[in-house]
Design a protein. Structure first.
Length: 336
């Protein structure tokens, strides 16, 4: 029974949160890797693009809630999500037309586009804070838990209760659907194949009659959808705070680089590697070890390698190690 309690505690505080967090990072990293692989620059405004799409979703959610519209046991934000995606798509297309397009036509070096994206990042960050404020915003409603700890204890007779939040279940299911649709689009549709060809060899793709403007537009549209979905899922699971999305840029970039920049499969793998690393290292293992070890060997402290305040430091260290020893990432993407 103690082993079962240890497994439940591990699932409750490590495995389930890490899978949900990894799904969110994977979707964010997919957007980063598509921009790097196709448009050939690192988009530092990606975190605040996520924040913008999420902000619009929250505002529409509040509007729906004020009118009494809901989605049953599911969060109303899922009804508002298409509006957030549409607004984010409009934002990135306008930003590309007003900012990035000029530098593409000038054949600017990637580092110039990186600097430009940092400027866009600060503008978006200020805009989101001005509209919705800098504080935490919670917009989840509907049923809170798929399984709650009390019911689980009653069903199993274990001391440890398992809590599986609705938002965590939605995150995993949505991530699987979005990733499946993305891979189908890239591998099965003519536009997706054009994007892959453009990423592999721009000059040859242009000679083949592929329209670069169309490739750029579709790329931005996909990135906007991925960013909004990732941002909304993260906000539902935790809470929405504009500065948090700015901080998320580090683990998202770490996920993309660990997996291999330009590799969609690598972005997914990298997202889960970063998520599990952060959660494993910052979790206090005392409860699990108390179930697993004899009473004489039970730890007196928390057995926590790092405080949760330093979870982003884990991403940074992993990022440094990968850049030093394997800059192409696990799936041999493009070197940074």
């Amino acid at each position: 029974m103690d082993i079962l309690n240890a497994i439940v505690a591990l699932s409750n505080f490590v495995l389930i949160p890490a899978i949900a967090y990894g799904s969110q990072l994977a979707l964010g990293a997919l957007g980063v890797t598509l921009i790097y692989g196709i448009l050939r620059f690192s988009n530092f405004a990606h975190g605040d693009t996520m924040a913008f799409g999420t902000m619009v979703t929250i505002l529409v959610t509040w509007w729906f809630q004020s009118m009494g519209l809901g989605f049953g046991v599911l969060p109303t934000a899922l009804l508002a999500l298409p509006f957030g995606i549409a607004a984010c798509m409009a934002l990135v297309l306008v930003t590309d037309r007003m900012v990035y397009r000029f530098y593409r036509e000038q054949k600017a070096k990637p580092v110039i586009l990186v600097i430009v994206s940092i400027g866009v990042m600060f503008v978006l960050n200020g805009l989101v804070r001005f509209i919705i404020g800098p504080g935490d915003q919670r917009f989840a409603d509907g049923e809170r838990f798929i399984i709650n700890a009390r019911d689980f204890k009653e069903m199993t007779g274990l001391e440890e209760g398992l809590a599986f939040k609705t938002t965590q279940g939605i995150t995993v299911v949505t991530a699987v659907i979005v990733v499946a649709l993305l891979f189908w689009f890239l591998n099965r549709t003519r536009t997706g194949k054009s994007m892959r060809a453009y990423s592999d060899n721009e000059d040859l793709a242009l000679l083949s009659g592929i329209s670069p403007d169309r490739v750029v537009m579709v790329t931005w549209l996909i990135v906007a959808a991925l960013a909004t979905v990732a941002g909304v899922l993260y906000g539902l699971d935790k809470s929405f705070k504009p500065f948090t999305y700015f901080q998320l840029l580090l683990p998202i970039f770490a996920s993309a680089i660990v997996g291999g920049l330009g590799s969609p499969l690598g972005a997914i793998a990298g997202g889960f590697i970063i998520a599990f690393s952060e959660v494993f290292i910052t979790y206090a293992w005392k409860k699990v070890l108390e179930y697993m070890l004899p009473e004489s060997l039970e730890p007196s402290g928390l057995v926590q390698l790092l405080s949760t305040d330093y979870k982003f430091a884990v991403s940074f260290v992993i990022l440094l190690i990968v850049l030093l020893f394997r800059p192409t990432g696990l799936f041999k993407g493009k070197a940074v």
